[in-house]
Design a binder for this molecule. Structure first.
Ligand SMILES: [Zn+2]
Length: 95
C-alpha cells in the first residue's frame, strides 16, 4: 500500500468521523482532525460520543436537583433514585 492510498483512507475516515460529529451538533473540523489522526479510534469515539445536553433529565424527588436519567444516587442529598414517572422526564435537547 503506497502513501497516496494511505492518505485517501485517512481522508475518508476523517470525513466520515466529521460528518457523524457534525450530525451530533459538534465541530466538523475538530472531528475531521480526530478521524484523520486516529482513523479507526476516532470513528469509534464519535459513534459513542453523546451530546450531554440531549440526555433526558428528571428532578430528584427529595431536593429537586436536576439529574440525568442514568444517575442512580442523588449527589446532593444521597436519595436513591429509581426510574421515574415518564411524565417527569425532561428532554432538554427536544424543543
Ligand atoms: Zn436529591
Amino acid at each position: 500500500m503506497g502513501g497516496v492510498d494511505y492518505l485517501i483512507i485517512v481522508f475518508f475516515f476523517g470525513l466520515a468521523t466529521a460528518i457523524i460529529g457534525k450530525s451530533k451538533g459538534s465541530s466538523f473540523f475538530v472531528w475531521f482532525l480526530v478521524g484523520a489522526v486516529l482513523p479507526i479510534l476516532g470513528l469509534f469515539a464519535v459513534i459513542f460520543y453523546r451530546r450531554e445536553k440531549d440526555e433526558p433529565e428528571r428532578l430528584c424527588p427529595r431536593c429537586t436537583k436536576p439529574l440525568k436519567l442514568y444517575v442512580q444516587v442523588c449527589p446532593r442529598c444521597g436519595e436513591d433514585l429509581y426510574l421515574p414517572d415518564p411524565a417527569a422526564v425532561r428532554h432538554p435537547g427536544v424543543r
